[in-house]
Design a binder for this molecule. Structure first.
Ligand SMILES: Nc1ncnc2c1ncn2[C@@H]1O[C@H](COP(=O)(O)OP(=O)(O)OP(=O)(O)O)[C@@H](O)[C@H]1O
Ligand SMILES: [Zn+2]
Length: 691
């Protein structure tokens, strides 16, 4: 196949769903790689537009709104702002970041649907759906709960059981109920409009399986497995009240399917940008309808089917649009060996990261790229984060820059020296770093961001090796002229680093360019050895990166451990069922027990026991009472001193670990098996009887 030549590139990044903030999985999967790519094209002075925005329709937003007693628009407004701020703070350099609740988008998506409808590209079909007779509405899958037919989990959703992971359809649930009203749903007939993917199957096969063999193997493979099955028509409308109304007569109470409207958001957001500044951007059609424009979608793997099959089919059915030339989807990033999850709060949130690591955006960008899930799922660990910061950013990149700049400051007051005659060692270093440009380009052109960043880092490795070999601090004593050359070459390497790292670590690059006073630069200069001219005055050097200490990492690990514990508790509570009540007993039996209030005067751990606590109790008799209780795992003894507890006073004394226990302290057993000492609501005198 001949290589296509393009005049410009439209880059889109998946529209994040506006019911949560941005976490490291989002950054690693989509936003850092797309930003690197766009920055690279801009540096090459190519014509490129970078499109983003929030996805604000769909059911989960309405569920959250109901739960919090606010409107869906309130939910969107809150998260759109958080998301937008996070992207700005991490240097994700969108040309436009808009939202799918915008007026422009509603109109645009509605018109797009109308055109398909009028051209007869959609198929009208009736189907049976659950309907809530009390809330008077059809129920989206997420609004129906019931018992999972596979594992018996009583809290399975209409589309999925989170316990066993099965994909479900609402009709499979046993004893379904509406989560809105609790009512038993009825089956009713409803009409929707479908995109007949089946009619496009042959075309899709040809376009992807023959035409795009160069796509990443994970993307190509997923497309192939879909295309090896028979594609089914897919509903493009839903019975729901949050979204873009279906612009067809008789479709009241229906909205466009969120995966129909969201990708159109890429186009409507481009239109918003172009309309606002046509001089700078030209017409939006140029970016979406000109065959000389190259369209690239950055997404995570769960979005592949939508961007490779469904959206292209919509574009093809419409007829006026170009199709994606590549869809470099990433696999998933996990956190400390567990799936990142918004609902379980198992994530590193960008806004929280910035509070704990202010100014360290580039460290996260670096680690997420170094460890990007490009070919398989990958794992983020805080130890790896620390290790890469300390032994790569600090010890290699930062160290080299600092050596070169500090030596120049020391010997020449920060003025770039002359380059003298080149020795073998100089020529070798120059040769080595001249290749870097081509290698980085090759990797970036093929969306291999991990490798590309590694190559950029190689510049610093070359620099460190060079300085170490040349030992300018020793040579200075005998041959200062020679040191001029060594530092001249080192400084050229530093300038090259600032260019090479601009797409990856824009904040550090900017800071480095300020130190070497290099306001103007572009990609074409990469590999040159005359970027800083002799006599050029450098600014005051400072450290580019700081070491991250163990305590800072431990704090993050502790935070995650606390989240895990809270999740386990919540999980246990969900499946908790109170024990059945025991057989009735005569009141006389109860009366035989003497339960009393005791005041804890002292409490100690029992030596050599990790279960027992020894209590000294004031029981109102004037003599202290000793009671042992197996609750050491759940309490710090010091916290119990001074508290009142309920205890059984008339059990026969019993020896444990050599100590006689005179009674039993009463505790409640929680869902997770933890024990909680009981007390009275109000303070009463020690020795008061309970009954
Ligand atoms: N852990 C992850 N690793 C890689 N990519 C991810 C990860 N989580 C989300 N993404 C990608 O980020 C983009 C935006 O995600 P979206 O807002 O749809 O959230 P999501 O997939 O619902 O994630 P979450 O459930 O964590 O909120 C999507 O393209 C998605 O594939
Ligand atoms: Zn199940």
């Amino acid at each position: 196949m001949e290589e296509k030549k393009f005049k410009r590139t439209t880059v889109t990044a998946a529209l994040p769903y506006a019911n949560g903030g941005v976490h490291i999985g989002h950054l690693a999967g989509v936003y850092v790689p797309s930003d690197i790519y766009v920055r690279y094209l801009r540096l090459k002075k190519e014509d490129v537009v970078f499109i983003g925005g929030s996805d604000e329709h769909g059911v989960p937003i309405t569920i959250r709104a109901k739960k919090e007693g606010i409107t869906p628009q309130d939910v969107c407004d809150r998260y759109h702002k958080i998301i937008k701020d996070s992207f700005r703070e991490f240097g994700i350099s969108f040309d436009v970041y808009s939202r799918t609740t915008s007026k422009i988008h509603h109109q645009f998506a509605s018109d797009f649907f109308s055109k398909l409808y009028k051209d007869g590209k959609l198929v009208e079909q009736e189907s049976e759906q659950y309907y809530d007779p009390e809330a008077h509405q059809f129920l989206a899958d997420r609004y129906i709960m019931g018992t999972c037919p596979h594992c018996g989990n009583p809290n399975a959703y209409g589309d999925q059981c989170e316990k066993c992971g099965s994909d479900l359809s609402p009709m499979e649930l046993i004893n379904p109920h509406s989560t809105i009203s609790g009512a038993k749903p009825e089956v009713r007939k409803t009409k929707n409009w479908y995109l007949p993917l089946n009619e496009y199957q042959g075309w899709l096969k040809e376009w992807i399986l023959n035409g795009h063999k160069e796509w990443r193997s994970n993307v190509y493979g997923q497309c192939k497995s879909w295309l090896d099955m028979d594609l089914q028509p897919r509903a493009m409308t839903r019975d729901l009240d949050w979204g873009i109304p279906v612009p067809v007569e008789g479709a009241e109470g229906k909205v466009l399917y969120v995966w129909f409207d969201a990708p159109i958001g890429y186009i409507s957001n481009t239109k918003e940008l172009c309309d606002a500044d046509p001089e700078r951007w030209g017409s939006w059609q140029k970016w979406w309808q000109d065959p000389e424009t190259r369209l690239v979608h950055f997404i995570g793997k769960d979005n592949i089917v939508f961007h490779c099959l469904i959206f292209p089919t919509m574009l093809k059915a419409h007829g006026d649009y170009i199709l994606p030339d590549n869809v470099p989807a990433n696999e998933f990033l996990n956190l400390e060996n567990d799936k990142i999850s918004t609902s379980r709060n198992w994530a590193v949130w960008l806004d929280e990261y910035l509070v704990d690591f202010p100014g360290k955006q580039d460290v996260l960008r670096y680690v997420l790229t170094a460890n990007a899930p490009e070919t398989k799922d990958n794992n983020f660990t805080w130890r790896d984060f620390q290790e890469r910061n300390n032994s790569e950013l600090v010890a290699i990149y930062g160290n080299f820059v600092n050596r070169a700049l500090q030596l120049t400051k020391k010997y020449w007051n920060g003025v770039v020296p002359e380059c003298g005659e080149l020795l073998e060692v100089d020529k070798h270093a120059i040769d080595e770093f001249k290749d870097v440009k081509e290698k980085v380009e090759q990797y970036l052109d093929n969306f291999k961001f991990r490798e590309a960043q590694k190559e950029a880092m190689n510049l610093a490795r070359i620099g460190n090796k060079y300085i170490t070999e040349c030992e300018p601090w020793k040579v200075w004593k005998t041959d200062p002229k020679r040191v001029e050359t060594i530092l001249y070459i080192s400084l050229q390497l530093v300038a090259n680093l600032a260019i090479a790292f601009e797409p990856f670590l824009p904040f550090s690059s900017k800071s480095l360019r300020e130190m070497i006073d290099m306001p103007e630069f572009d990609w074409a200069q990469l590999g040159r050895t005359d970027l800083l001219k002799p006599g050029h005055q450098l600014a005051e050097p400072h450290l580019l990166f700081q070491k991250i200490e163990d305590e800072e990492i431990q704090k993050q690990l502790d935070k995650l451990a606390a989240t895990k514990e809270a999740n386990e508790k919540a999980e246990a509570a969900k499946s908790y069922k109170a024990e059945p009540v025991k057989a009735n007993v005569p009141f006389d039996d109860f009366e035989k027990l003497d339960i009393r209030v005791g005041h804890i005067k002292d409490c100690q751990k029992v030596k050599k026991s990790n279960k027992l606590l020894q209590f000294t109790i004031d029981d109102g008799s004037g003599t202290d009472r000793t009671i042992l209780s197996g609750i050491a795992k759940f309490y710090d003894p010091a916290d119990l001193i001074g508290k009142d507890v309920l205890f059984v006073a008339n059990f026969a004394p019993r020896k444990m670990m050599g100590i006689e226990s005179q009674g039993m302290i009463l505790s409640a057993v929680d869902a997770d098996g933890s024990l909680h000492v009981t007390t009275t609501l109000d303070q009463v005198k020690p020795g008061s009887q309970v009954g």
